[in-house]
Design a protein around this ligand. Structure first.
Ligand code: MG
Length: 261
């Protein structure tokens, strides 16, 4: 595959450690997130934990795609109709019935880890519960395709098929990606498309697979005021789950621990 960077088993071990830090924070947040918490509190907790573990936040200072303001925080915290890239704020107080996605990247010994999870806040609607379940399942369908000999679009096809079987929409504007000593490497991994297209997956490739799913239509708009926050155009709920996975001789190896831990 041209443009992709294959990792040695030793590099994959370091990336496993990077993702272990992130997965620990995401698991703690699963127990902590409750009505009344602000998204800035989530950010402070995540940054403290990453630095205490010896890592560095990977998103802080990340350049904006359009050359705008750098991302100012450790996590992206995206509430309800926000799809991705929400900026943590003391003014965003989580309420009972909200959903909030937390996306977190870390730099550890020269390599990046990247994972995200969407949490229910208190008691959520049946639709929100189903959206979270289907998006998580879609991620797992995608991870299953991370095998030597498959093609890049097999991942997106598996994600899209599962999401649309539940009458939800896959967001097209943002994609998964290769990951390693750069946060974003080749190949890009759309969450939609026909199977059997694109580059062939090979052992040593590490991918961040990240379905973003809307309960309504797939169109998004990016906030003009902050240059980052992406929302569904129709105001419907959106969810986002992400894990990093290595293509190995033994099949997909989800980095940072068991996939549901
Ligand atoms: Mg990512």
């Amino acid at each position: 595959m041209s443009g992709t960077i294959l990792k040695s088993p030793e590099e994959i071990e370091i990336m496993d450690q990077a993702n272990r830090i992130i997965r620990g924070v995401l698991a703690d947040l699963r127990r902590m997130i409750a009505p009344g918490m602000t998204t800035l509190e989530i950010d402070r907790f995540a940054e403290d934990r990453i630095r205490a573990a010896g890592g560095e936040p990977a998103f802080k200072g990340y350049p904006a795609p359009g050359g705008g303001v750098e991302f100012p925080a450790t996590v992206c915290a995206s509430v309800n109709d926000e799809v991705v890239h929400g900026i943590p704020s003391p003014g965003v107080v989580l309420r009972d019935g909200d959903i909030v996605s937390v996306d977190l990247g870390v730099l550890w010994r020269g390599y990046y880890g990247d994972a995200a999870e969407t949490y229910p806040v208190g008691s959520v609607s049946g639709e929100a519960e189903e959206l979270l379940r289907v998006t998580r399942e879609a991620l797992h369908r995608g991870l299953e395709q991370a095998r030597s000999g498959r093609r890049v679009s097999d991942i997106g096809h598996a994600v899209q098929t599962h999401v649309e079987a539940h009458r939800f929409s896959v967001i097209r504007d943002f994609v998964g990606h290769g990951i390693g000593s750069h946060l974003h490497e080749e190949p890009q991994i759309p969450n939609f498309g026909p199977p059997g297209r694109g580059a062939r997956l090979t052992e040593g490739l590490v991918l961040a697979i990240e379905p973003m799913v809307a309960a309504g239509g797939p169109d998004v708009t990016v906030s003009e005021s902050d240059g980052w926050t992406a929302r569904t155009r129709d105001g419907s709920l959106a969810a986002h789950f992400e894990l990093s996975v290595a293509v190995t001789a033994d099949g997909p190896r989800v980095l940072g621990g068991p996939r549901d831990a």
